[in-house]
Design a protein around this ligand. Sequence first.
Ligand code: GLY
Length: 382
Amino acid sequence: MTAALTHTAPTIVDVALGDRAYEIVIGRNVLGGLGRRIAALRPGARTAIVTDRTVARHWLEATETSLAEAGIASSRIIVGEGEASKSYAGLEQVCEALISARIERNDLVVALGGGVVGDLAGFAAAVVRRGIDFVQVPTSLLAQVDSSVGGKTGINSPQGKNLVGAFHQPVLVVADTAVLDTLSPRQFRAGYAEVAKYGVLGDEGFFAWLEVNHAGIMAGASAREHAIATSCRAKAAIVSRDERETGDRALLNLGHTFGHALEAATGFSDRLFHGEGVAVGMTLAAEFSVERGLIAADDALRVKRHLAEVGLPTALQDIAGFSQEGLADADALMTLMAQDKKVSRGRLTFILLEAVGKAVIAKDVDGASVRDFVARKLAGAA
Ligand code: GLY
């Protein structure tokens, strides 16, 4: 399963969800075929493209051209960059613009952007006119391997990340691996944390392949398409068997309970990108698993070493402004973790590791042991 792809035809990954099944189309320059694919899927539909300013500068024209060449009318809705758009105000902007553009139930919303745009546009599509179908055109590595697949949409509440949202599956995902060439190395690495996550949580062979091939993925070789397709297949398999996260889908939250708290503690700012929070969170989850006697210290070290090797933060002290108020405070972090959706009646649910390649859902984790662990990590414990 770990041989890199050599062909140039797009890779198609199916998300098997019955009458809501859809394809993920992965490959270099597949954006050019977006219009043709939409015309085949939904003849006669008009589209509204939701994107942000930076993505618009790079990819809006190519997207509009692809749609126009297939005879598809499109309008554009441009939101501000960054997590701040995933807000009630951002939602209002997109909903009102969709209504003004007279996007109807038979039309389509096209989410062109990273995770913020996909989550926001997808949620607006879920609620405007009680539900409009949408297409994901993810332009960040993180969005291509995680947020564009699986139908989680939503915005942040001032009280926490992704606390307001809906499950709303896209009808198509078109992941053009060439668009990742314009990402900054830091953005690319942040997305890579989610790629590594699939190996850590369920596929030791893939993790071993990543340990050898990560440079090729960064460079955009065929290894990149293979890594994205393998990640999407892993996610599609989990989503197909547990769409609404009543069981196995929670495994995808590996690193996210710590990670979301760290993102909140740093104000959802550039101090810590989501994927960077996941990298630190995944390392902490591995180290906490060692403390609980679930895995060997060497396995946790293997995870940490790989993430560090690609340039991701792996310790609390790696986060910019570590000593600022709110971050270096175990009680504040515990409060933020308690706001996360991975909390049920005050008990913490953690995704822990039994091996590299085998994550487990640990319910009912005692908050005091987590606080003690976090306090020691804040104090610099190895
Ligand atoms: N990003 C986690 C999930 O889609 O379930």
